[in-house]
Design a binder for this molecule. Sequence first.
Ligand code: PMP
Ligand code: GLN
Length: 384
Amino acid sequence: LVERMRPFGTTIFATMSALALKTGAVNLGQGFPDTDGPAEMLDAAARALREGYNQYPPGPGLPVLRQAVAAHQRRFWGLEYDPDGEVVVTAGATEAIAAAILGLCEAGDEVVCFEPYYDSYAASIALAGAVRRPVTLRPGDGGRYGFDPAELRAAFGPRTRLVLLNTPHNPTGKVFTREELTLIAQLCQEFGAYAVTDEVYEHLVFDDAGSPHLPLASLPGMRERTLRISSAGKTFSCTGWKVGWASGPAALVSAVLRVKQFLTFVNAGPFQPAVAVALGLPDDYFTGFTAGLQERRDQLRAGLAEAGFGVLAAEGTYFITTDIRPLGGSDGIEFCLGLPERSGVVAIPAQVFYDDVDAGRHLVRFAFCKRPEVIADAVARLKQ
Ligand code: PMP
Ligand code: GLN
């Protein structure tokens, strides 16, 4: 194994899901829904399987999907992208992130990101031989996460190539505000950096969030330097399909495509037209989806509080982070490794997403993208 991959063992998600299988615990670890997405989308996939969509799609993705991706961004975020040249379909957001970093960073270039960060970020940055410059998010008023603007500024420098921003943010549930995004935008412009945004939870922002979802690309001066990434997995409850996309100025999109063609070449033939159908569903689908997840969030949040966890804000995404110190815990890894035997529940220790391990040692993430009866079962177990 090459030196640069040696710090990366098995992902925490695989480890914890295996533990759930082995112990029969309720899995609130890895974020995947336990119900299927919209029937229109599933039917379209079944039809596509029968109707000749089973060979290599075109490199940038099927035109019908690229058009649907562009139309969806116009409808929800007022962003205009040309489906021919400014949109590329990828094997999930994960491939888009990896291809973006590999295609845009020279060895030694620096990538500013917020920690805790989604685990593939560190690995993709390492594969490119680039260097991560994490800025720590810390819980503040009302359990809402924020960052120190001076710390963010200090992370930028002459080698900064890009900022990798995830909002709504996994694992904290943070939704970045206009004020925060404005500072990020100013720094990108001042330091001549690109932005790569991971917006896979774009439709999962709840009523009590401090801000609606705002794509960084919609801020003045940012469209021309931002590569915007999303995927179907979360919005349409099909995490196993691995259909994602990146949109941005043609130069950034073609950098992604240059790399993508040698990673996977193309992906997900019959799922592409199905995701196009899903992206075009009426607004009701999207509002109903958000409202359904918010109910599940409320249910799990109340249950975790009753079970004695310190519950932090969960403004968006699939996740709630908790502080285990009120329960007498101090190390999330130890806590999560024992939890299946002790309580029959699997959760994720947030510290694995930090370079500054002490900042996340006592934090544990629970996923609420599960049926109400599954959440009720988990809560009952945790209370015992
Ligand atoms: N980014 C974040 C923040 C995520 O939580 C995930 C996991 N769903 C991904 C990217 C990966 O998305 P995909 O499954 O589409 O590759
Ligand atoms: N994004 C999901 C999570 O954070 C898991 C994705 C994965 O297993 N790699 O739980």
